[in-house]
Design a protein around this ligand. Structure first.
Ligand SMILES: C[S@@+](CC[C@H](N)C(=O)[O-])C[C@H]1O[C@@H](n2cnc3c(N)ncnc32)[C@H](O)[C@@H]1O
Length: 245
C-alpha cells in the first residue's frame, strides 16, 4: 500500500482495535505462559513489542510482573494510558527494532502477528538481533504468528453489515514477495468513507528460526497456540519461544 508507514496501522485501527480484536487470542493462557517464562528467566521485566492498547500487557502487569511496552502509534498508547492499571506499565512511542528502552529483559514478546508489521526480512532479522542483545541469560523471546499459506489471491469480504453501515475487507496476497496488504473500508450514511489500511511481510516458522539462529537464539519450544496445543504440519499458527543458549 503506497504511503503506508510504521505508524499507519495503529493510527488507523486504534478507535476500533479493542472492539474488533479483543478476542483474537486467549489472554489468560498468554498471561500464564509468559508468567512461567518470567520464572524460568529468574524475573522480569517483560517487554512487549507493539504493545498496542494493552490487551495482553495490562492483564500480565496485574499479576505483579513488571511490564514495559514499545509501540509506534501514539493513538494506540493513548488508549492504553486511559485504562485501569495503565500506571503499572511503562510505555513509550518508538520502533520495535531500534527503541527497546534502556533495560535488559527476562522476557520479550511479540503477539498476534505483530512481528510481520516489520515489512522486510532485514527489519525482522534486525529485530531478532536487538532483542537478543537485550535478553538476560535464560531469557526468552516469544513470537506468536500465523503459518503462511503459499497461494496468491485477492478478496473482498463483508466484515460487518447493518442498515446504515458496512465494513468491507479488501485484501491481496503476493506469495512471491511474502506480502499481504489490504484495507478495511467503512461506509456510513452519516460519516461517509473511512479507510483502515494494513500491510505485512510474513515469514514461515522455518524462516523465523533461521533469523533467530543468526541472532544466536535457539528454538526452545513451539506450540500451536498459547494454551500449548501441540504444533503439527496442519497448524495454521504458532507460538515459538527462543532462548539465549
Ligand atoms: C496487531 S497490533 C497488536 C497489539 C497488541 N500486541 C495485541 O496483541 O493486542 C500491532 C501493534 O504494533 C504496532 N506497530 C506496528 N509497527 C510497529 C513498529 N515498527 N514498532 C513498534 N510498534 C509497531 C502497531 O501500532 C500496533 O499497536
Amino acid at each position: 500500500v503506497r504511503g503506508y508507514d510504521d505508524r499507519s496501522y495503529g493510527e488507523a485501527f486504534a478507535d476500533v482495535y479493542d472492539e474488533w480484536y479483543l478476542g483474537v487470542s486467549d489472554i489468560d493462557a498468554t498471561v500464564a505462559l509468559l508468567g512461567e517464562l518470567v520464572t524460568d528467566a529468574g524475573g522480569g521485566p517483560v517487554l512487549e513489542l507493539g504493545i498496542g492498547t494493552g490487551r495482553l500487557a495490562l492483564p500480565l502487569a496485574a499479576t505483579g510482573v513488571v511490564v514495559h511496552g514499545v509501540d509506534s502509534s501514539p493513538a494506540m498508547l493513548d488508549l492504553l494510558a486511559a485504562k485501569d492499571g495503565a500506571d503499572q506499565v511503562r510505555t513509550w512511542v518508538g520502533d520495535m527494532v531500534d527503541d527497546l528502552g534502556i533495560d535488559t529483559y527476562g522476557v520479550v514478546f511479540v503477539a498476534y502477528n505483530t512481528l510481520f508489521n516489520l515489512r522486510s526480512a532485514e527489519r525482522q532479522q534486525a529485530c531478532f538481533r536487538t532483542v537478543a542483545q537485550r535478553l538476560r541469560p535464560r531469557g526468552s523471546f516469544l513470537v506468536e504468528a500465523f503459518v503462511p499459506d503459499e497461494r496468491d489471491g485477492e478478496a473482498v469480504d463483508i466484515r460487518t453489515m447493518t442498515a446504515d453501515r458496512v465494513v468491507l475487507s479488501i485484501s491481496r496476497h503476493r506469495a512471491a514477495d511474502q506480502v499481504a496488504e489490504g484495507q478495511f473500508v467503512e461506509l456510513t450514511e452519516t460519516h461517509g468513507v473511512r479507510l483502515r489500511p494494513w500491510a505485512i511481510r510474513y515469514a514461515s516458522p522455518q524462516e523465523l528460526d533461521a533469523m533467530a539462529a543468526a541472532a544466536d537464539l535457539t528454538l526452545a519450544a513451539r506450540w500451536e497456540d498459547v494454551a500449548r496445543a501441540p504444533f503439527t504440519d496442519d497448524s495454521v499458527r504458532h507460538v515459538s519461544v527462543y532462548r539465549r543458549p
